[in-house]
Design a protein around this ligand. Structure first.
Ligand SMILES: *[C@@H]1O[C@H](CO)[C@@H](O)[C@H](O)[C@H]1NC(C)=O
Ligand SMILES: *[C@@H]1O[C@H](CO)[C@@H](O)[C@H](O)[C@H]1NC(C)=O
Ligand SMILES: *[C@@H]1O[C@H](CO)[C@@H](O)[C@H](O)[C@H]1NC(C)=O
Ligand SMILES: *[C@@H]1O[C@H](CO)[C@@H](O)[C@H](O)[C@H]1NC(C)=O
Ligand SMILES: *[C@@H]1O[C@H](CO)[C@@H](O)[C@H](O)[C@H]1NC(C)=O
Ligand SMILES: *[C@@H]1O[C@H](CO)[C@@H](O)[C@H](O)[C@H]1NC(C)=O
Length: 452
């Protein structure tokens, strides 16, 4: 069996070289050797889950990582945030085989700012709709959901870029779209600081760099759109100092299924488990968020975050994520065979002071002003990011005097709400470019399941 697999791999490698793809290389979801897994509290079942999830992730991210493109540009050191570093047209690539007729797609590398303001290289995509006599296209900046925390988990490496339910719909509606991978995904100059304010910088500077790449093709004004992790980014961005100035061109944003306050959500999930009011699906979904959250906090507080609520077993498992460079499915898969009692030292103890500090430093809806409209959209059946959490942040932000609208889609879950609310968010984007009034009050509405 091993011999067969080996010779098949050799055959595939030779075939790839014959096609001139000698650079094709895998950058994520490596096999974790049995001895390594076993020394990290990952038994046969756990190993089997990782192997299965690796297949799923590699189907999304592929094994043809363009190390040259994702490497830091030679002229990065002389650059400042918002500068363009690299621009690569994707022609005849299988990744864009289902792009709408006439749409052109580029990978790009640009300079963003880290949480401390230091320049950092970031990669992403720019998609342009068919040009009407080289006229300008209105620009949308898309903030993506969680794909993983390692370089090989970058959305711009997707084997099928237009399978995404988010930004391709904006392209189909005639918008130019810029999609940041976020720092640490794709390029590896820094690590991805999951859920931090770094991602709002990455979106802001992706717009500046895209406008430098296509100064005659893109509108100076832009709207942000984000889903899941990216929904939280859009909300953070709406309160970012840089977009309060009209000269930024920022017109407003849409936050879909956004996580806003990490610690509050974590505590509420723990309380629900403790009071026996969570379903099995809710518990399992919550547990899959433990590895990315833990890694994010370890990176944000280097050397200081010791995950005080978690068992040793789980901390050892989380170390496997870096060893295998596991993307989203395999990362969550590290928890799939565990129960809350395997994961938490004591369900009664919910005190994690660094998680609270992280929330205080990175969350929106804590009193900062947002000058432009924000539309929040949530599915009532979302078990990954609870609708109550965006309601709480909506109430808080409205209480501070910001103007937000929030729509709940009955029966929609974390994923389906993106596609099923697209009529509303495409209209919101059109209204911002048309200069329509957003009103002067916060409003809430519900779209019933049968109306869709
Ligand atoms: C870096 O080099 C690229 C390619 O030569 C160029 O397009 C880009 O403008 C340069 N950026 C800066 C900031 O010098
Ligand atoms: C892309 O494909 C078209 C049609 O198949 C072909 O005419 C063109 O030369 C190709 N372009 C590149 C850059 O390979
Ligand atoms: C585009 O250019 C063509 C040819 O120059 C012209 O006939 C057409 O009216 C133009 N369309 C627009 C929308 O300006
Ligand atoms: C980034 O990746 C390259 C190529 O795999 C590697 O040589 C380099 O050490 C990495 N840099 C960092 C900061 O991890
Ligand atoms: C929790 O709920 C389950 C199913 O409803 C029930 O079997 C179990 O006894 C409950 N446990 C506690 C501690 O209430
Ligand atoms: C958690 O708290 C409950 C009620 O306060 C108590 O009955 C239970 O023993 C505690 N569990 C643990 C593991 O400490």
């Amino acid at each position: 069996m091993a011999k067969y697999a080996g010779s098949k791999l050799l055959y595939l490698a030779t075939a790839a070289m014959g096609l001139g793809l000698a650079n094709s290389q895998q950058a994520s979801n490596f096999d974790v050797p049995t001895e390594v897994a076993e020394s990290h509290s990952c038994d046969a079942l756990c190993q089997q889950i990782i192997a299965q999830m690796n297949v799923l992730d590699l189907g999304t991210f592929g094994t043809n990582f363009d190390f040259d493109f994702y490497a830091t540009a030679a002229n990065f050191s002389e650059s400042k945030p918002g500068d363009l570093l690299k621009l690569l047209p994707l022609r005849n690539s299988s990744a864009i085989s289902n792009a709408p007729e006439g749409v052109t797609v580029y990978k790009f590398q640009y300079t963003s700012a880290a949480v401390d303001g230091a320049p950092v290289p970031v990669t992403g995509l720019i998609a342009l709709p068919p040009a009407k006599n080289d006229s300008r296209s209105n620009l949308v900046a898309f903030a993506h959901g969680t794909t993983g925390l390692y370089r090989g988990c970058a959305p711009s490496t997707y084997t099928q870029l237009f399978n995404d339910d988010g930004w391709p719909r904006a392209v189909a509606a005639g918008y130019a779209v810029v999609v940041s991978d976020f720092a640490g995904l794709g390029n590896n100059y820094t690590e991805h600081l999951y859920l931090s304010k770094a991602q709002a910088n990455d979106v802001y500077y992706s717009v500046l760099a895209a406008q430098k790449a296509f100064p005659q093709r893109l509108s100076p004004e832009w709207v942000s759109l984000g889903h899941s992790q990216g929904g939280g980014v859009t909300w953070q961005l709406s309160e970012h100092k840089l977009v309060q100035d009209a000269s930024s061109g920022y017109l407003g944003g849409v936050a879909l299924a956004p996580p806003t306050k990490l610690s509050d959500q974590f505590q509420s999930a723990l309380r629900n488990i403790q009071s026996n009011s969570s379903t099995a699906d809710q518990i399992q979904t919550f547990l899959t968020t433990i590895p990315p959250t833990t890694l994010g906090l370890q990176r944000y507080f280097p050397g200081d975050y010791d995950a005080p609520l978690l068992t040793e077993k789980v901390k050892e498992r989380v170390e496997l994520a870096g060893i295998g460079q596991l993307c989203l499915y395999a990362l969550g898969g590290l928890m799939l065979d565990l129960t809350p009692n395997d994961v938490f030292l004591n369900l009664n103890n919910t005190d994690d002071s660094l998680m609270q500090k992280f929330q205080a430093l990175n969350s929106p809806a804590q009193g900062d002003p947002a000058e432009k409209p924000l539309l929040v959209i949530h599915g009532s059946a979302d078990i990954l990011v609870s609708p109550q959490s965006s309601k709480a942040s909506f109430d808080a932000s409205c209480g501070y005097g910001n103007i937000l609208h929030r729509t709940v889609y009955e029966g929609r879950d974390h994923g389906s709400v993106l596609k099923d609310s697209s009529t509303e968010w495409i209209q919101f984007i059109a209204d911002r470019f048309a200069g329509k009034d957003f009103g002067s009050t916060c409003t809430e509405s519900v779209v019933g399941g049968s109306e869709l």
